[in-house]
Write a protein that binds this ligand. Sequence first.
Ligand code: GLN
Length: 193
Amino acid sequence: MASKPQVGVLALQGDVDEHIAALERAGATARAVKTRAALDASDALVIPGGESTTVMKLLDRFALVDPLRARVRAGMPLWGTCMGMIVMARAVAGLEQPTLGLLDVSVRRNAFGRQNDSAEVDLAIPAIGEKPFPAIFIRAPWIESAAADVEVLASFGGHGVMVRQGSLLGTSFHPELTADPRVHRYFLEMLAP
Ligand code: GLN
């Protein structure tokens, strides 16, 4: 791998620029990914927040579903934030929504309800250090159920909101919207050989 990892941010819809800036601050080279060629040139990929049914349709239209699954199965690290985690999941609880089926969890969309549409929470994430992380939730999903080899790195209100399964990372919240670089750094460490 080159001295700085090249991280792609899927740029079909959603908060792409914020992730690119946060990845660069955390020490990577980052760029928008819209094509198979750009995916092939990336050492890792982030799927940002947005609207999960729209992005799944666009992945299909841009012929990226199979290449993305193949890269991940070959070990490419993948991190989904909010909508991204929904797209990565095996299933969406209570809905017949197509997903990539990569992260072995079932997620519940818009799980925190309308009252808690958007919130900032001091979240304990021991894997990134003692200091709580300022986690921003926006119409966020939670983990409804997970396979035995899925590690729950953080929970909120009794539900998993940050999970890892090997080279796959999912967060219900949006680390790209805060100045704290620790979750982006944690993801970049997953790229280390
Ligand atoms: N509610 C959106 C969905 O279910 C996700 C929201 C987000 O990514 N901020 O697709």
